[in-house]
Design a protein around this ligand. Structure first.
Ligand code: CO
Length: 221
C-alpha cells in the first residue's frame, strides 16, 4: 500500500510541476487531443514512449504490446491505428523496437512462457523469413538484436499493408510509416532507414532496408 501511495504523491508533484510551467495545460488538453504521431512500441517498462522522445501528454498516441507486433487480425492494434489515422489524422506512424527485447529473445530461444508463446509465434515467423541470414550470426546477443531490427522492418510492412493505411494513402492523406529501434544501454534511438509514404515505394524500400540491415556488421548493443 505504501508503495502505491508513493505513486499518488509522484502524480501530484508531476501535475503541479506541469501546471506551474504552463497554467491551464490540463484544462486545454481536456478539450481535445491532436497528436501528430502514433507510436507502436514494446510494452517493456524500460521503453517509455513519451519520455524517450521528450513529448508531453497530448503529443503522442500510443499502442504497446509485447515485441511491438502488428498483426492483421489484432482488433486492438488495428483500432488504435484506425482511430489515429482516420480520426486524429496523425502524420506519422512510428514502429519502435528495442535491443535486448525479452519477447524477441524468448521467440529466438523458443522458450515456453505460457499464453504469450502464441503471440511471439509472429516473431518466430519473422525469424523463419530471415533464417539463413540470422543463423549465420555467431553470437546469440547479436542474433537477437538483428531479429529486433528485422522485426521492426516486418511490422512497418504490416502497418503499410493494412486497409487503414492503404485507404488513407488512396485518399491523399499525408502519412509516413517509420521504423526505429531504441537502445536500452545508451537511451538512444536509431532510424532503420525505412520510411514509407506511398504504396508504390513499398517493395523497393522494404528490400533496400533489409539489404542495408543484413549487410551491416553485427554490433553489440
Ligand atoms: Co521488448
Amino acid at each position: 500500500m505504501s508503495k502505491l501511495h508513493q505513486l499518488f504523491e509522484n502524480n501530484q508533484a508531476w501535475a503541479a510541476q506541469i501546471q506551474e510551467r504552463d497554467p491551464g495545460f490540463f484544462m486545454k488538453l481536456s478539450r481535445q487531443q491532436s497528436p501528430e504521431y502514433l507510436w507502436i512500441g514494446c510494452s517493456d517498462s524500460r521503453v517509455p514512449a513519451n519520455e524517450i522522445v521528450g513529448l508531453l501528454p497530448g503529443e503522442l498516441f500510443v499502442h504497446r504490446n509485447v515485441a511491438n507486433v502488428v498483426v492483421h487480425t489484432d482488433l486492438n492494434c488495428l483500432s488504435v491505428l484506425q482511430f489515429a489515422v482516420d480520426v486524429l489524422k496523425v502524420k506519422h506512424v512510428i514502429v519502435c523496437g528495442h535491443y535486448g527485447c525479452g519477447g524477441i529473445r524468448a521467440a529466438l530461444r523458443k522458450e515456453r512462457l505460457g499464453l504469450v508463446d502464441n503471440w511471439l509465434r509472429h516473431v518466430q515467423d519473422v525469424y523463419s523469413r530471415h533464417e539463413s541470414s540470422l543463423a549465420a550470426i555467431a553470437e546469440e546477443h547479436d542474433r537477437c538484436n538483428k531479429l529486433c531490427e528485422l522485426n521492426v522492418i516486418e511490422q512497418v510492412l504490416n502497418v503499410c499493408q493494412t486497409s487503414i493505411v492503404q485507404d488513407a494513402w488512396t485518399r491523399g492523406h499525408e502519412l509516413s510509416v517509420h521504423g526505429w529501434v531504441y537502445g536500452l544501454r545508451d537511451g538512444r534511438l536509431r532510424d532503420l532507414s525505412i520510411t514509407m509514404s506511398r504504396p508504390d515505394q513499398i517493395p523497393n524500400d522494404y528490400q533496400a532496408a533489409l539489404t542495408k540491415l543484413l549487410m551491416a556488421e553485427s554490433v553489440s548493443k
